[in-house]
Design a protein around this ligand. Structure first.
Ligand SMILES: [Zn+2]
Length: 184
C-alpha cells in the first residue's frame, strides 16, 4: 500500500459506501493509519491509497501515541456545518509540500461508523473540522486544489505542473500503483 499523488486518477474517483465490515476493511484502515503516521499527516482517505471506498483515518494530533485523537470513519457524512467560514492554510499527503488557503466551515457535525459497526457523532471546530471536510471531500473525488482561491491557484500552478511531470516520469518507469479496486 502506498499513497498515490496528484494527478493519479484514483484521486478523482467517487468512492463507494462500505456495506459490510470485513477483515479486509480492518486491514485497509490499519495500513492507512500506518501510512498517515509515517508521513505525519492528520488524515488519510481510502482513495489516496487507490481504494475506492468511503473510509477515512484521522488523528488530529498527528501523534500515534495519542490514541484518543485517532479515528476510523466508515461512510462518514457531514450532518451540519456552521455558516461561519474560516480561510486557512492546509496541505494534503497527495500533494507533498504544497500548502494553500482553503475556505472551510468553522464547525461541523459529522456521523460515521467505527470498525465495530457502531455509529458515532462528533462536533468539532477549527483544525479537526477542517480535517473532516478535507477528507470527506476526497471520498467524492474533490481535492483541495479545487477549493483554493485565485491567489492559491496561481501560487500552486508551478507545483502542480511539477507533480504532473513527476507522475508521467514515474509512469514511464512503471512505478505507479495500478488504479485497481482492492477486493473488499
Ligand atoms: Zn488530502
Amino acid at each position: 500500500m502506498q499513497i498515490v499523488k496528484y494527478p493519479h486518477p484514483a484521486l478523482r474517483n467517487k468512492a463507494e459506501p462500505i456495506t459490510a465490515l470485513s477483515k479486509e476493511i480492518e486491514l485497509l484502515a490499519g495500513g492507512m493509519l500506518e501510512l498517515m503516521y509515517k508521513h505525519e499527516g492528520l488524515g488519510l482517505a481510502a482513495p489516496q491509497v487507490a481504494a475506492p471506498v468511503r473510509l477515512l483515518v484521522m488523528n488530529f494530533s498527528a501523534d500515534p501515541a495519542k490514541k484518543e485523537h485517532e479515528f476510523v470513519a466508515i461512510n462518514p457524512v457531514i450532518v451540519d456545518a456552521s455558516k461561519q467560514i474560516i480561510d486557512d492554510r492546509e496541505g494534503c499527503l497527495s500533494f507533498p509540500e504544497l500548502y494553500a488557503k482553503v475556505r472551510r466551515a468553522k464547525r461541523v457535525k459529522v456521523q460515521a461508523y467505527n470498525l465495530k459497526g457502531e455509529l458515532y457523532e462528533m462536533t468539532c471546530e477549527d483544525l479537526p473540522a477542517r480535517v473532516w471536510q478535507h477528507e470527506i471531500d476526497h471520498l467524492d473525488g474533490t481535492l483541495f486544489i479545487d477549493k483554493m482561491g485565485l491567489v492559491g491557484r496561481m501560487n500552486s500552478k508551478k507545483a502542480l505542473k511539477q507533480f504532473e511531470e513527476e507522475y508521467l516520469e514515474a509512469q514511464r518507469k512503471s512505478e505507479i500503483p495500478p488504479d485497481l479496486p482492492p477486493k473488499l
